[in-house]
Design a protein around this ligand. Structure first.
Ligand code: ADP
Length: 195
């Protein structure tokens, strides 16, 4: 058995940082849709050109594009023993249609999800963190108007994703405020709830 987790939380909650740390601790791969898009934008690929149009505005990339990308990735990772597959999905699913698609992909490859872990953080704290990161990393979508738009898209489209996993009794919530190490420890502890 291996960990198969969806990591949820608002922009700026620390998903990317924690996905990488969790992946290291658990010995599984972190799959970040945002990172894949950014790598493609940097590499000037066709996918990158398309993704750029949406990410720069803080809009979601169309589901057809994102779903196909995640499917390709998971299909390429699964081996002879589907349940040996481990992963942490960071940034996907990001709306309820993507939840349905993830369900279909996992069913097709014969893999079950442990559940979803949501990192919670106060909106004021996340805006502050993102603006600080803007200075350091210079991400194109970390300007204040785009950050506000991303938070709006999150509230409207992504927040309902937590509800889907909650209804399935497959959601744990973890406080994302505090030292990076402490949050990682909380996340690892929270996984015990999936049994
Ligand atoms: P953040 O969580 O801080 O907004 P990400 O790196 O996860 O940052 O995502 C950056 C951008 O990439 C999003 O604003 C969106 O445009 C695009 N993106 C990432 N994941 C998805 C997804 N699952 N579906 C659609 N668009 C996505």
């Amino acid at each position: 058995m291996s960990a198969r987790i969806v990591l949820l939380g608002p922009p700026g909650a620390g998903k990317g940082t924690q996905a990488a740390r969790l992946a290291g601790e658990l010995g599984v791969e972190a799959i970040s849709t945002g990172d894949i898009f950014r790598a493609n934008i940097k590499g000037g690929t066709e996918l990158g050109r398309l993704a750029q149009e949406y990410t720069a505005k803080g809009e979601l990339v169309p589901d057809s594009v994102t779903n196909a990308m995640v499917k390709d990735k998971l299909v390429s990772m699964v081996g002879e023993e589907p349940n040996h597959l481990g992963f942490i999905l960071d940034g996907y699913p990001r709306n309820t249609a993507q939840v349905a698609e993830l369900d279909a992909i996992l069913e097709e490859i014969g893999v079950t999800l442990d559940g979803a872990v949501e990192i919670t953080a106060d909106p004021e704290v996340v805006i502050e963190r993102l603006l600080k990161r803007a200075d350091i990393e210079g991400r194109a979508d970390d300007t204040e108007p785009v950050i506000r738009h991303r938070l709006g898209v999150y509230a409207e489209q992504t927040a309902p994703v937590s509800g889907v996993y909650r209804d399935r009794e497959r959601l744990v919530q973890v406080d994302g405020i505090g030292d990076v190490e402490d949050v990682t420890a909380r996340l690892i502890k929270s996984l015990e709830q999936f049994g």
